[in-house]
Structures are given as structure tokens and as C-alpha cells.
Design a protein around this ligand. Structure first.
Ligand code: LEU
Length: 460
């Protein structure tokens, strides 16, 4: 065989279960929770969406999280290494997961940079009375006729480069001193700021109408298969499952660790945050609608970058004391983003460390510098918004799904593997995995994912 390294060294592990748990939650809670979940839930059945969402978590999300944990922990390596232990060809699947994480992190970093800028803009509400034009033409300089006094380089590329330097410095410190330490600061801070933001939003006039729009179940939607597919893809992205992140994180755990229970806690924390985000975002949207004398359904830009960088600034401008609200919202976006970005970076960095025996600093530099350049040139320029849309859609619908399905099939196709992985989980964990897990991961999940992939390809 072409084994180029020994079993990867895992001297630098999480200092304990709490450190791992915080980092796992930090990874899961990200842009997907704040700007994606509320809009997805609302347009896919409102309150009724909770049914496909829960089904997706219980039958796909948690089982796949257990698979990720089992693979990483048992084989103690990043994806390419761990999957190669199943079958030599598995290494390719592992590198594909690294690729998916790499693509996501290039735009993730850009959004964080926008968030930093908007945290500052919030103070003076620099977007003026037309946040849409400000974002697309002034800030990102999408359209001709720029009025922004800075050049696009100063407005976007410089903060983005600073974000890159910041996260690479953290990454270079290694797992426990870098990634774990950062999560221990940023995650509690995020929860605190976000809670204040949500509570403020709940007391806005019109909040109740917003919540009503968000939670009112549209039962009819449940017969639409797309609603179910949307629930599954939301859960994959949001739990950071199936494309290398949790596998990598689990590889740095000490041998005796409660894997399964930790997965349940991480999943629960992630969903709680997501629903909280739905409450906060829709309270604010309800306020906006009632101030304008329209319905929530009349508001455009309910999710993604437009929700964050156009709709929210509009809300901030309408609100008494809006600047503080804006600072809380955008700082939350930045913090949630950074902890997720670190997990994506660790996938690539861990892969390079395992493969080439690099130190954390060298690994961070080896890919961080090219990644930073890709990130700045694709998303720090005037076509940044458009590029983000294309890359995000493609990577979610095809990259993440393909990566998860290949991994599940690989683990299932080699008969003793799923059984062995289940035994591994049960040997170390308090919560025991039932035998049905093998059927879920080996048959149900791949079937669902192949269907998702198929329908995504058809719709292209
Ligand atoms: N789970 C993260 C989120 O919800 C995304 C992942 C790619 C790190 O935003």
C-alpha cells in the first residue's frame, strides 16, 4: 500500500469532555442557525416544519453524528486517514470531505468580515435610508455608480484579510490552546449577546404577529417532498455532520469518552439555538411588518445574506435604540461564524498534519494563505454576493450530500464495519446505540441522501 505516514499523532487532545462539547456546539451553531433556519422553517410549513425537522434530526442527524464520532474516535485521524482504515479507496472520500469544508470556509470567512463591518456600521447606522443599495452597490460595489467613499478593497478585502490572520493565529496555536480556548470564550459570549438580542426583539411592537407567522403550521406543506428534503439538508449543514468536521473533532478526544451522550447534547443545543434564532428573527420581522403596515409575508429577504445585511439594517433603523440591537445582532453573527469557521479550518489543517506530519503552524500557513487569497478574490469583490449564492447552493445541495452518502455507504458496504463502530460507541459511551442504528446508517440514510442528490441534480 501507499501509506505515507504512521498513525497520526494525537498528543494535542481536547483538555476534557467540556472543551470538546463546547467546540462541537460552537461548530454546529453558525450562520446556518441564524440566517438559514428561520427562513427555511417559515417557507416550509412554519410550525408544521418542526415535524420533518425532528424526523430529520432523530433518524438522520443524530445517527450520522454518531457515525462521524465513531469513525474519528476509533481510527483517531482526520477524514482521509480514518476512511482509509476502512478501505484504501476511502481516502479519496476523506479528501473530498476536506474539499467540501475548504469551499465552505472560503465564503464563511467573507461573511464574517461583512459581519464585522456591519457591527461597526450599526453604531452610526451608516447604511442610511436605503440598506439594499448600500449593501449591494456601496458596500459590495455590485452595481456601477459607486457612491461609497472607500474602495471595495478597503471596505471588504482588508477586514477579510484581518479575519484570516486572526483565525490562522488561533489555528496555529494547536487544538487545545487554539481552537478549544477560542470556543471557551466565544461560545458563552455568543449565547449571552444573542439572548439579549432575542429578548429585546420579543418586546418590540408587532413581535407577536411575527411569531404567529413563524409558528402557524401550514400542514398542507408536509405533503411536498421538497419540504422534507429541505429539512434534511438544514439538519446536515446545521449539525456540521457528514463532511468531516465532527469526525475530525472526535479524533482529538481521549480514548475514554462518552461519545453518544455528547452527540445528543450537541444536537439539542444546536436545535435550541436555532429555534431561538427563529423567535428572535421573526419577532423583529413582525415589528418591521407592523411598522410598515404590511404582513410578514410581504417582506422580502427573509433569509441568507439579504436577511442579515439588508432586512436587519432596515429593522435597526426603524427601532428606537436600534444601534445597540444592530451591534448585538452582527456581533452574534460574527461570533457564531468564527467558531464554525475554526471547525472547518481544523478539518483541512488536521488533514495536512496527518498526511504530511506538519506542525499546526505550518499546516495553517500551507493552506491558510492560498485559502485567504481565494476567499478575498471570490467574496471580497463586487461579485461577492452572487458568488456566495452560487457556491452556497452548490455545496449544500451536492457537496455536503455527496460527501455524507459516500461515507455512509463506505462504512456500511464493508459488513463488519458498522457493527464494529456500534460496538466501539457502546464500549465507551453511556447511552447505548441500538442495533437499528446500523439499518438507519446503512440503508435509510443513504436512500434519503441519494434521493436528495438526485433531485438536486435534476433541478440544476
Ligand atoms: N454548522 C454550521 C452552521 O450552521 C455550518 C458548518 C459548515 C460549520 O452554520
Amino acid at each position: 500500500t501507499t501509506v505515507s505516514v504512521e498513525q497520526p499523532k494525537r498528543q494535542d487532545t481536547w483538555t476534557g469532555q467540556t472543551g470538546f462539547l463546547l467546540a462541537a456546539i460552537g461548530s454546529a451553531i453558525g450562520l446556518g442557525n441564524i440566517w438559514r433556519f428561520p427562513g427555511v422553517a417559515y417557507t416550509n410549513g412554519g410550525g408544521a416544519f418542526l415535524i420533518p425537522y425532528l424526523v430529520a434530526i432523530l433518524f438522520v442527524g443524530i445517527p450520522m453524528l454518531w457515525l462521524d464520532y465513531a469513525l474519528g474516535h476509533k481510527f483517531r485521524g482526520s477524514p482521509a486517514w480514518a476512511l482509509r482504515r476502512i478501505k484504501a479507496g476511502g481516502e479519496f472520500i476523506g479528501w473530498f470531505q476536506v474539499f467540501v469544508s475548504f469551499v465552505i470556509l472560503t465564503y464563511y470567512a467573507a461573511v464574517i468580515a461583512w459581519g464585522v463591518q456591519y457591527t461597526i456600521f450599526s453604531v452610526k447606522q451608516s447604511w442610511g435610508d436605503d440598506p439594499l443599495t448600500f449593501f449591494t452597490s456601496d458596500f459590495l460595489q455590485v452595481a456601477a455608480g459607486d457612491t461609497f467613499s472607500w474602495s471595495p478593497v478597503a471596505a471588504v478585502a482588508i477586514p477579510l484579510a484581518l479575519i484570516w490572520i486572526f483565525v490562522l493565529l488561533i489555528l496555529g496555536r494547536g487544538l487545545s490552546k487554539g481552537v478549544e480556548a477560542a470556543n471557551k470564550i466565544f461560545l458563552p459570549l455568543l449565547v449571552a449577546l444573542f439572548l439579549i438580542m432575542v429578548i429585546r426583539a420579543l418586546f418590540l411592537p408587532g413581535a407577536v404577529e411575527g411569531l404567529d407567522a413563524f409558528f402557524t403550521p401550514q400542514w398542507g406543506e408536509l405533503s411536498d417532498p421538497h419540504v422534507w428534503l429541505n429539512a434534511f439538508s438544514q439538519v446536515f449543514y446545521s449539525l456540521s455532520v457528514g463532511f468531516g468536521i465532527m469526525l475530525t473533532y472526535a479524533s482529538y478526544l481521549k480514548p475514554k469518552t462518552n461519545l453518544t451522550g455528547t452527540a445528543l447534547v450537541a444536537g439539542f443545543a444546536n436545535s435550541s439555538f436555532e429555534i431561538l434564532a427563529g423567535i428572535g428573527v421573526f419577532s423583529a420581522l413582525g415589528f418591521m411588518a407592523s411598522t410598515q403596515g404590511v404582513g410578514v409575508s410581504d417582506i422580502e429577504g427573509l433569509s441568507g445574506p439579504i436577511l442579515s445585511f439588508v432586512t436587519f439594517p432596515q429593522i435597526v433603523s426603524m427601532m428606537p435604540g436600534g444601534s445597540l440591537f444592530g451591534v448585538l445582532f452582527f456581533a452574534s453573527l460574527v461570533l457564531a461564524g468564527i467558531t464554525s469557521l475554526l471547525s472547518l479550518l481544523q478539518v483541512v489543517s488536521g488533514g495536512l498534519q496527518d498526511k504530511f506530519g506538519l506542525s499546526p503552524v505550518k499546516a495553517a500557513m500551507a493552506f491558510g494563505i492560498p485559502a485567504g487569497i481565494v476567499s478575498v478574490s471570490l467574496f471580497g469583490t463586487k461579485s461577492g454576493l452572487n458568488n456566495l449564492d452560487i457556491v452556497d447552493t452548490f455545496i449544500n445541495n451536492i457537496g455536503v450530500v455527496a460527501s455524507a452518502v459516500m461515507m455512509a455507504i463506505l462504512a456500511a458496504a464493508f459488513a463488519p464495519r458498522l457493527k464494529g463502530l456500534r460496538e466501539h460507541l457502546n464500549a465507551v459511551s453511556a447511552v447505548k446505540v441500538p442495533k437499528a442504528w446500523e439499518i438507519l446508517v446503512g440503508i435509510v440514510v443513504p436512500a434519503v441522501l441519494i434521493f436528495m442528490l438526485f433531485s438536486a441534480i435534476v433541478s440544476y
